[in-house]
Design a protein around this ligand. Structure first.
Ligand SMILES: *[C@@H]1O[C@H](CO)[C@@H](O)[C@H](O)[C@H]1NC(C)=O
Ligand SMILES: *[C@@H]1O[C@H](CO)[C@@H](O)[C@H](O)[C@H]1NC(C)=O
Ligand SMILES: *[C@@H]1O[C@H](CO)[C@@H](O)[C@H](O)[C@H]1NC(C)=O
Ligand SMILES: *[C@@H]1O[C@H](CO)[C@@H](O)[C@H](O)[C@H]1NC(C)=O
Ligand SMILES: *[C@@H]1O[C@H](CO)[C@@H](O)[C@H](O)[C@H]1NC(C)=O
Length: 178
């Protein structure tokens, strides 16, 4: 399975110590149920509560958890595969939780490039909160399971390629420390 990788900076939100999980996948303008197309992360509870343990950040860039979230390499079987059309918009919705105020919902949209070759992919979404102390930056990521269809002029192979763990490390200036 191939990987598409999207990163958003949510630093402004982090200023309020928000924790979150990208638990809803949007396709064809429909907001799907929690974890329907997104690999569930541990602890495996049915209800994703604001501020719950599923929303805790990851820190260890050498862990395989950095691929798709905590223990998500074991949950692919229980996750459905969303068919998405190349060139169409998809989205991720997250429930944000602020320790001292309300929870809030945000949605980030992204267009699957029209030239993405047809096939099965893990669509990885990530937000990084860089912190000044070494080895304390926070990582939030989840993966949707998708099958891309309807490509036009597919680029082969798709790229650039990278790997998780390994795409970046604790000494990458600007990303992981300031
Ligand atoms: C994302 O797309 C949805 C429709 O699927 C739309 O309602 C929403 O406003 C879009 N959000 C952003 C930030 O563009
Ligand atoms: C989730 O809900 C199902 C069906 O209601 C139940 O069988 C299962 O034990 C629940 N899982 C957890 C982790 O609570
Ligand atoms: C996924 O399901 C297949 C077939 O049901 C099974 O052989 C395989 O062990 C399962 N994998 C995991 C990681 O649960
Ligand atoms: C989106 O729409 C296409 C075309 O109708 C359909 O094949 C696909 O299954 C839909 N995907 C989802 C996740 O609803
Ligand atoms: C970073 O912190 C983790 C614990 O969160 C620790 O296991 C790891 O060894 C640390 N890495 C470095 C390079 O200090």
């Amino acid at each position: 399975m191939k990987l598409i990788f999207v990163t958003w900076g949510l630093s402004a939100l982090h200023a309020a110590s928000a924790h979150y999980v990208f638990n809803k996948f949007i396709a064809n303008g429909t907001i799907n149920k929690d974890w329907k197309y997104i690999r569930q992360v541990s602890p495996f509870v049915n209800v994703t509560k604001p501020g719950g343990p599923q929303q805790k950040p990851l820190y260890d860039l050498t862990s395989s958890n950095i691929r798709c979230g905590r223990d998500a390499m074991t949950t692919g079987n229980g996750t459905e595969i969303a068919t998405v059309i190349a060139g169409h918009e998809i989205g991720f919705r997250l429930d944000l939780w602020f320790p001292k105020s309300d929870s809030k919902t945000l949605q980030y949209n992204f267009t699957i490039p029209a030239g993405t070759p047809a096939g099965l992919y893990l669509l990885r979404v990530e937000s990084i909160y860089p912190r000044i102390e070494f080895n304390s930056s926070q990582f939030f990521m989840n993966c949707a399971q998708i099958e891309v269809i309807g490509s036009s002029n597919p680029v082969s192979p798709p790229g650039p390629m990278t790997r998780f763990p390994g795409a970046y490390d604790d000494t990458d200036e600007g990303k992981l420390y300031v």
